[in-house]
Design a protein around this ligand. Sequence first.
Ligand code: TMP
Ligand code: ASP
Length: 237
Amino acid sequence: MKKEQLYSGKAKTIYKTEDPEKLISEFRDSLTAFDGKKKSEAKNKGYFNAQISKKIFEMLEDEGIPTHYISMVSDNEMLVRAVEIILIEVIPRNIAAGSITRKYPIKEGTVFKTPVLVMDYKSDEHGDPMINEDIAVAMGIATYEEIAQIRTMALKVNDILVKYLDKKGFLLPDFKLEFGRVDGKIVVADEISCDTCRLWDKSTGQSMDKDIFRFDKGDLSKAYEEVARRIVPEIFE
Ligand code: TMP
Ligand code: ASP
């Protein structure tokens, strides 16, 4: 059912299928950071991220959040709805970490009383600059109505994920969402995985996400495997 390659990104390759409304998203072991400037590979990374993403998409669908997920076609390949990606990275933040602590006088570890929603323009060439509604509308990448809907959806996903991950022994300082348009609707697209979330172990405070690679903090494959063990234990049976 997999046909020609449509697009190859930094961590996933997208293929056409015989149905123009469906695509296959292949999660690869390649790893990049800092707008592609740092590169590597990690064994089984694609597999673990695909399985974690699958489980989270299914859980969100159960909670009434539409996503692009349809089914798995192999261990690391996901059948998804073809959507028109909105070029905004939507980042709900619960605990200060990463770029927000570098750009503003906010100390790492500060717990936000209410989630802080950041929107970045998805463009490596421009270094993913922060945007707001007016800039997004001026660039013609989304309407005010769409952005309002995206904000509401992102905050709802955040609420669901914080509670879900807490039960698995993780804190969720922040994560990145992408949205797409399909059939006049907005759905969650791309992936929700160790590459796109900050996950801290609740008892040790250790990073169990791509910060391990960004800042050389240890064995990435081992940490991703541990996250998969807690979120998708069934794949280890
Ligand atoms: P940041 O602190 O570097 O802005 O990252 C915020 C969150 O977004 C973090 O959980 C990692 C995720 N992220 C991506 O998924 N893709 C990206 O390109 C960047 C920069 C961050
Ligand atoms: N995914 C981005 C890149 O490869 C940045 C990041 O996640 O740090 O450049």
